[in-house]
Design a protein around this ligand. Structure first.
Ligand SMILES: Cc1ncc(COP(=O)(O)O)c(C=O)c1O
Length: 413
């Protein structure tokens, strides 16, 4: 019998509350491996882009501080966040790394963001005015990254607007235009990258026009200080030469490929796909094992009925914790490396699994809801985030980020 205390013993920096009913383990070595691989991929074009690793969305579900701790240890240059609350949490926890806010800042939050030395995306004159006032008052630069609209229709400014806006913003006291950015709409959704290529082309045209208008040095020249960035994980993997000085990397840093389309496209390009190591495991324990006679039901709605004398294990986790109700009668978990089907409806705090064929399953046995586990013969099985996403008809980004914030995250070697 494995006790849930094992990850507690392994945890570093963060402590797991003893009364937690499930927990997420984040592998420091997997993160270190992924960062090394992504750095290597970025460098394959001859340059060495800095990685700005996204820790928004509670570190893609790995825990904001847990993920940031692992990325800092792995030598990541910048961290990417969505909003001021994340900036405050990271600075409050002593993170001194450059923080780049890619999401939403209200004008009245800008002064705090600057005081906390965060740089941020910008497409709004009110934000620039607030940034300029705060920068002058605090006697430090407001570092802004202007977002260019190239096909996503989120946040960005179209070519002419972007050129005029950047020229005006650069002239405001205390404002430093540190970067220009855009975001691909479908690079990971398809093996046809025509649209992404057209976005890149539009981005380059606007970037050049802004360089001309502001009389900035040529892209890539030794004097060039402007960070022009558009690469997410898929772009790093497909087109490392596009990264320039900065690449905004999310899913790959956590050890997941953006999609199978990206994997296939990398193969089609004749490249050897990177081997990434998923950093997350989500675990719980068996709370109860019960005998269910033939003909009896399990769970709300009576959606599962025993067709043989069955042993059913009850897990103390449910949709409140982020174990999606859509996994009812579909999902699978690993019990010591052996697959057990979810039976009946996933409830708010409980899930039932069929362990009839697994006599070793008993109260206290560790159960892997997401991740890999080995059976007693050393055979490894996995329930991947991609598997859960396929069962649920969604993407793995959503699966990991949906694990509730109250579930403790622990760092394991
Ligand atoms: C602006 C921006 N850049 C980069 C990323 C990272 O994308 P990925 O996780 O596919 O690497 C995201 C993720 O949503 C994003 O919103």
């Amino acid at each position: 019998m494995t006790q849930p205390s094992s990850p507690i013993a392994n945890s570093r920096e963060l402590t797991l509350p003893q009364d937690a009913t499930s927990w997420v383990e984040v592998s420091q070595s997997a993160i270190a491996h992924n960062i090394k691989q992504l750095n290597h991929a970025g460098a394959s074009s001859g340059g060495q882009p800095k990685l700005c690793v996204m820790v928004k969305g509670n570190g893609y579900g790995h825990g904001l501080l847990t993920a940031a701790t692992c990325f800092r240890a792995a030598g990541v240059a910048w961290l990417g966040v969505h909003d001021l609350s994340e900036i405050k949490i990271l600075r409050g926890a002593g993170f001194t790394l450059p923080l780049y806010c890619v999401g939403y800042l209200r004008p009245d939050q800008v002064a705090d963001a600057i005081a906390l030395q965060a740089r941020f995306v910008c497409y709004d004159a009110e934000v620039v005015r607030a940034a300029s006032l705060a920068a002058v008052a605090q006697d430090q630069p407001a570092r802004l990254h202007v977002k260019i609209e190239t096909g996503n229709n989120r946040q960005g400014l179209r070519h002419d607007e972007a050129v005029a806006f950047t020229g005006w913003a650069a002239a405001q006291p205390g404002v430093h235009i540190e970067g220009l950015c855009t975001h691909f709409a479908d690079i990971e959704d398809t093996t046809d990258h025509g649209f992404a290529r057209s976005q890149l082309q539009r981005f380059r045209q606007t970037e050049q026009a802004i360089r001309d208008a502001l009389q900035l040095p040529a892209r890539g020249s030794p004097e060039d200080q402007l960070l022009a960035h558009c690469s997410n994980t898929a772009a790093i993997l497909l087109w490392p030469e596009v990264c320039g000085q900065l690449a905004r990397c999310g899913i790959g840093a956590y050890g997941l490929w953006p999609s199978k389309e990206t994997y296939l496209s990398v193969r089609e390009l004749g490249k050897e796909p990177l081997v990434l190591h998923p950093a997350m495991a989500w675990k719980t324990v068996i709370a109860q094992v019960r005998a269910v006679p033939t003909g009896e039901y399990v769970g709300y709605g009576r959606t599962w009925r025993a067709v043989r004398p069955s042993r059913v294990a009850i897990l103390p986790v449910g949709y409140y914790d982020g174990y999606d109700r859509g996994l009812s009668n579909i999902g699978q978990v690993l019990i010591d490396g052996w697959r057990a089907p979810v039976i009946g409806r996933v409830a708010m705090n409980m899930v039932a699994v069929d362990v009839t064929d697994r006599p070793r399953a008993e109260v206290g046995t560790t159960v892997t809801l997401l991740g890999s586990a080995q059976d007693e013969n050393g055979n490894s099985e996995s329930v991947r985030a991609e598997d859960l996403a396929a069962w649920l008809g969604t993407i793995h980004y959503e699966v990991t980020t949906r694990i509730a914030a109250h579930v403790p995250r622990v760092i394991v070697p």
